[in-house]
Design a protein around this ligand. Structure first.
Ligand code: IPE
Ligand code: IPE
Ligand code: MG
Length: 247
């Protein structure tokens, strides 16, 4: 592989979030069960975390399991739970050494005790790391996240810690699972689907969206760089005037 210099210019996204989609179709096209696609998807995740580190991205967030994915067949749900165990346990020592900080966002209730323990261990063992912030959205749904944040706001108001007139974007944002993380600059979805599927609805307010036709198990550094190249061609306006519109 040719050496690509790390990204360095100002238009580098600070935070890239990825909806890792297409494992099932990748497996089906090979005549294999969907779970085979999920296993290959973990390899793609390993490659992507390594590439993100090499490209000096500060924040990488990946969507691994949605609150809606419980509706899948039992054995598939089981495999997806196993793969989180496998990924975090097998890679944790290396991620600790490489300076990766792990966070897991999403609904914790409903996850088994051993998964909760694995998540807590990964978060605490990497809490001091600063090279790459890897956030795994697991049992995550944006509407669920916003509803839980609203519940915290209500509880704080009820006990007098927050006044109703202090409820605003900042105080609600500070009660989301992503508190302390910058909003994603770039959200990438693989597999050609053109939707967010309940991913980071609040945080996506001004994200650039890039949809790739590649299926997740085929994702690699070149695909990540292609998405970032596309991001660099976009003009972000945040509701302001176009730079090209004249005055
Ligand atoms: C993404 O691949 C992995 C998860 C949603 C957990 P899919 O399993 O959704 O694969 P497709 O979209 O059916 O091909
Ligand atoms: C989104 O993909 C969830 C993850 C990538 C974890 P889905 O495959 O579940 O989304 P839909 O069903 O196509 O909208
Ligand atoms: Mg899918």
């Amino acid at each position: 592989m040719t050496a690509v210099p790390p990204l360095s210019s100002d238009d580098q996204p600070q935070h890239v979030a990825i909806i890792m989609d297409g494992n099932g179709r990748w497996a089906r096209s090979r005549g294999r069960p969907r779970t085979f696609g999920h296993r290959e998807g973990v390899e793609a995740l390993r490659r992507t975390v390594e590439a993100a580190g090499a490209l000096n991205l500060a924040y990488l967030t990946v969507f691994g399991f949605s609150t809606e994915n419980w509706s899948r067949p039992k054995d598939e749900v089981h495999t997806l739970m196993d793969l989180l165990r496998l990924y975090v346990q097998r890679d944790l020592d290396r991620l600790v050494r490489e300076g990766v900080r792990i966070r897991v966002i999403g609904e914790r209730s409903g996850l088994s005790a051993d998964i909760l323990r694995i998540i807590e261990t990964a978060e605490s063992r990497t809490a001091q790391n600063t090279h790459l912030n890897l956030t795994i959205a697991f049992n995550y749904g944006a509407q669920n996240e916003i509803a839980r944040a609203a519940r915290r706001v209500a509880e704080d108001v009820a006990r007098g810690a927050l006044r109703p007139d202090e409820v605003n974007e900042a105080s609600l944002g500070a009660r989301l699972d992503t508190a302390g993380l910058p909003a994603p600059d770039l959200i990438v979805r693989t597999s050609g689907e053109l939707r967010l599927s309940n991913f980071m609805l609040w945080q996506a307010a001004y994200a650039e969206l890039v949809f790739l036709d590649i299926l997740w198990p085929d994702f690699d550094r070149a695909a990540l760089e292609a998405a970032i190249d596309e991001f660099r061609r976009r003009e972000r306006r945040y509701g302001g005037a176009s730079r090209h519109a004249g005055s």
